[in-house]
Ligand binder design. Structure first.
Ligand SMILES: C[S@@+](CC[C@H](N)C(=O)[O-])C[C@H]1O[C@@H](n2cnc3c(N)ncnc32)[C@H](O)[C@@H]1O
Length: 466
């Protein structure tokens, strides 16, 4: 019988597993006994303890920060990461969130960012590189701090060394690679000038507490917590989302992984869709999002731009999880969950291609309905078929005051690099909602209010100008 079988049969196995999941949040292992046992067996091989009760006693003696717990976490935690991972999110920060923070913090001249669950550090260094490449002049004389934290002490030590193999560099352009890294033996080392704002320390997101002002985890402008919550269960995710909310300033920004968005976000954050990414914003007190309208069932798919996103079909199932593999050793495992368009009165069970067909059939019978052309545009844009621009234009021809059609047309132009046209339609959308009651619901907006749409448009316009 193998060591793994011994571990699986040990009467303390389930208790050990639940203690470890409780202390780390790694509910990923809840239904993966074999994988969990295999990692325990690796530790047993090294430590030679007699049974799992003894091992549990060792873990409990020093807690998650103790040496053996840390060694086990090192076996359990997935450290997959690389520089500029999900480049579109960094582009969204560059275009929208960072300029907004710079405007808001003109008086204090401070910028505070947290990479929560930073693994071996590329996410945090990416932020420093991004800021120094694009905002060096604006940030002259500012106090900037980028804090990276992780439960895994070995990852934190690695992050402080700032030295990486080729695998972590796969998201970088050759220009950024040569500008920001030194080659030392077979490693790429972040140049000292890109490490002056960034620091790291160990922190368990499950144990909190948050905010933690003494550790610099409070009054933050931007928090990135990406590909961490996918390993957590619902309760831990909800707690953490609340904790992250409490660390942000009003109007501060949260970035989560593509597979981590869902209904838990909606009471706390306002989604701000930008091409290829959705950022989340802690509302200003005056603009707390209203509760979702009762008439809209939960099962409806989200639309870009959603006021309160409902989970995508993928996200509604058990969240996608990455298979644990060793750090820097595996390919991207969690592809972006697409945000489906509204199709608000199309049956939810239809997949997107069938929804497109159904929409076309309905247009056949109701050619002058602007909402149907608008929905067709969203579906075509999502699926990359047909001519979404033409569909949005038809919707606007039929209803020139259709604000969301102007907004979506602007986004479609933006994605195609047609910035002047994009700006024109953002302004048209603004003109359409100006003068309207702020609490009124936007047509085809799935609960989006005029105030919310207005602030999204203004953000786009100011982001572009910035
Ligand atoms: C897949 S990595 C994500 C790294 C980075 N955020 C990114 O997206 O590239 C997940 C990280 O979450 C960390 N993690 C898991 N549970 C944690 C907890 N309870 N507290 C803090 N970090 C945790 C793991 O150690 C791991 O480094």
């Amino acid at each position: 019988m193998s060591l793994i079988d011994d571990v699986l049969r040990d009467p303390a196995f389930q208790r050990l597993k639940s203690v470890v999941i409780g202390a780390t949040g790694l509910a990923y292992y809840m239904d993966k006994d074999a994988a969990f046992a295999e990692r325990i067996a690796r530790r047993q091989d090294k430590r030679n303890f007699t049974g799992l009760s003894d091992y549990l006693a060792v873990l409990l003696k020093d807690g998650p920060a103790g040496p053996e717990f840390q060694a086990l976490i090192n076996e359990l935690a997935v450290g997959e990461t690389f520089f500029f991972r999900y480049a579109e999110q960094f582009e969204a920060l560059r275009a929208v969130a960072i300029p907004e923070c710079l405007r808001r913090n003109q008086a204090s001249r401070t910028l505070r960012i947290w990479s929560a669950g930073c693994s071996i550090g590329p996410e945090a260094y990416t932020l420093e590189i991004l800021l120094k490449q694009h905002f060096a002049a604006e940030l002259e004389g500012w106090q900037v701090s980028i804090v990276g934290t992780d439960i895994n002490g070995a990852f934190i030590e690695h992050a402080k060394r700032a030295a990486y193999g080729d695998w972590a560099m796969r998201g970088l352009s050759p220009e950024t690679l040569s500008a920001c890294f030194d080659r030392e033996k077979d490693q790429w080392v972040v140049k000292p000038q890109y490490r002056t704002w960034t620091s790291f320390f160990q922190f368990n997101l499950v144990e909190g507490p948050l905010p933690s002002y003494t550790r610099g985890l409070g009054a933050l402008d931007i928090v990135l917590c990406r590909n961490v919550m996918i390993y957590f269960d619902e309760a831990a995710r909800v707690r953490l989302l609340q904790g992250l909310h409490d660390t942000l300033v009003n109007g501060g920004w949260l970035v989560v992984g593509h597979a981590e968005t869902g209904q838990q976000m909606t009471p706390l954050y306002t989604p701000v869709p930008v091409p290829g990414a959705t950022l989340y914003r802690k509302p200003e007190p005056a603009a707390q999002p209203a509760p979702p309208p009762a008439a809209v069932p939960d099962e409806l798919p989200t639309l870009p731009p959603p006021a309160r996103p409902r989970p995508t079909p993928e996200a509604r199932r058990v969240p996608r999880r990455e298979e644990p593999r060793s750090e820097e050793s595996r390919a991207e495992a969690a592809p972006a969950a697409k945000t489906p368009p509204p199709g608000a009165d199309l049956p939810d069970s239809l997949d997107r291609a069938s929804a497109l067909e159904a929409c076309l059939a309905r247009i056949e019978g109701d050619r002058l309905n602007p909402a149907l052309h608008f929905q067709l545009g969203l579906l075509e844009e999502e699926l990359g078929v047909g001519d979404a621009v033409a569909a949005f234009r038809r919707a606007l021809y039929l209803d020139p005051g259709f604000a969301l059609a102007d907004y979506q047309l602007a986004l479609a132009y933006w994605r195609r690099g047609k910035l002047t046209a994009a700006q024109r339609h953002f302004r048209n959308a603004l003109d359409s909602v100006n003068g309207m009651d702020g609490d009124a619901l936007v047509a085809e907006g799935g609960g989006l209010t005029v105030t919310e749409l207005r602030s999204m448009i203004e953000l786009w316009l100011s982001g572009e100008e910035g």
